[in-house]
Design a protein around this ligand. Structure first.
Ligand code: ATP
Length: 363
């Protein structure tokens, strides 16, 4: 539905986007994910028409959008700087785009009611915006952007201003709402959306596909689970919270991947396409791959013994830092209940790594 073709952008002498190409299918939720300054917002603003690309094209259903002004593109926005009107009530805020489109009073009231029900605020039409909580205000902003049946919804850090609890609550719900909002003509598909965030959890929870950006280029594109299982580069692995990157050499390749690492031989269930024994790889042991085993356990696969450096209890999880080979560190998240079984920092413990929790990257 939307095609971004070889888009580049420079501000002054600073290149911000390098030759970005991306296709977004109808009904798809695509998240642009990356650290601050990687160019996500600039790319979104180019799609919106708020910024001009230095080179390349943006096409909507094959039609080049060059020269089409923002208000003619028929897109919806949920940007932090498009704030609600604080001195108007909920109805007037949600109705804003509809009124601009010249809808009748009845049609307008019906659509506002429908949108408020969708975002879980049924009946709050008359409430003043400043009387709402932060989370409720974000729901009103979402209802306002969805009300005029946009062809494409663009969201830039829509949950950025909320505290963690509210963010987590809205994360799951936002996906449901976007899925349930019929796209203009096609009643079966959800609305097509591009969603910018720097929060990996948010992107994984909301997207059909995640585009990981780094310094103005695309590092990897994939479905959330596929990215998590098989990050393509060390940057992607680290950005998704995988800190345990071990250099290694393949001893055996598909279907039974075996890699020699500084931790010993590790078995993994997947590896890079085309890799063969002898190849250099990076083994990524994901934070959730470990379980505690008895220090006396022997002759089992993927055992790792290390000295416990730090223990940080986080409720449902306990984060442990192990050291091995004097200075190297490994970080894992164990289930919270394991905290009671942990020795004191300074003592040794043994963990076993699930082969499905180890990804291998080509080097
Ligand atoms: P953040 O999450 O912090 O918003 P981002 O990934 O969205 O980051 P952009 O806002 O797209 O990144 O910015 C990319 C780079 O372009 C940054 O280095 C930023 O300073 C620069 N930049 C953005 N807008 C302008 C502008 N109007 N003029 C000059 N430089 C700009």
């Amino acid at each position: 539905m939307l095609t971004i073709r070889n888009v580049s952008k420079t501000f002054g002498d600073t290149p911000v986007l390098h030759d970005i190409s991306l296709e977004v299918a109808a009904g798809e939720i695509v998240c642009l994910l990356g650290p601050s300054g990687c160019g996500k917002t600039t790319l979104l603003r180019i799609v919106a028409g708020l910024e001009q690309a230095g080179a390349g094209q943006v096409l909507l259903e094959g039609r080049d959008l060059a020269g089409v002004p923002v208000h003619r593109r028929g897109f919806g926005f949920m940007f932090q700087d498009f704030a609600l009107f604080p001195h108007r009530n909920v109805h007037d805020n949600v109705a804003f785009g509809l009124r601009m489109a010249g809808q009748s009073r009845e049609a307008l009231a019906g659509r506002v009611r429908e949108m408020l029900a969708l975002v879980g605020l049924a009946g709050l039409e008359a409430r003043q915006v400043h009387e709402l909580s932060g989370g409720q205000q974000q729901r009103v902003a979402l209802a306002r952007s969805l009300a005029p049946h946009p062809a494409l919804l663009l969201l830039d850090e829509p949950l950025g201003s909320l505290d963690r609890t509210l963010r987590e609550e809205l994360m799951g719900e936002l996906r449901r709402i976007l899925r349930q909002t019929p796209a203009g003509s096609d009643e079966a598909a959800g609305i097509t959306s591009i969603y910018v965030t720097h929060d990996q959890q948010e992107a994984l929870a909301i997207a059909d596909r995640v585009v990981i950006m780094n310094a103005g280029h695309i590092e990897q594109i994939g479905a959330p689970l596929a990215l998590y299982r098989q990050p393509a580069t060390p940057f992607v692995a680290r950005f998704l919270g995988m800190e345990n990157l071990l250099p290694g050499q393949l001893v055996d390749a598909a279907p039974d991947w075996l890699v020699a690492t500084p931790l010993g031989l590790l078995r993994s269930t997947a590896g890079p396409a085309g890799a063969t024994a002898g190849d250099s790889v990076l083994a990524v042991a994901r934070p959730d791959a470990a379980r505690l085993v008895d220090l006396a356990a022997r002759d089992e696969e993927n055992l790792v013994a290390g000295q416990l450096q730090e223990v940080s209890f986080r409720g449902s999880q306990v984060k442990i830092t192990l050291s091995y080979a004097d200075s190297q560190r490994l970080v894992f998240d164990l289930p919270g209940h394991a905290a009671g079984e942990l020795p004191a920092p300074g003592q040794w413990l043994q963990i076993q790594l699930d082969p499905a929790g180890i990804s291998l990257l080509a080097r």
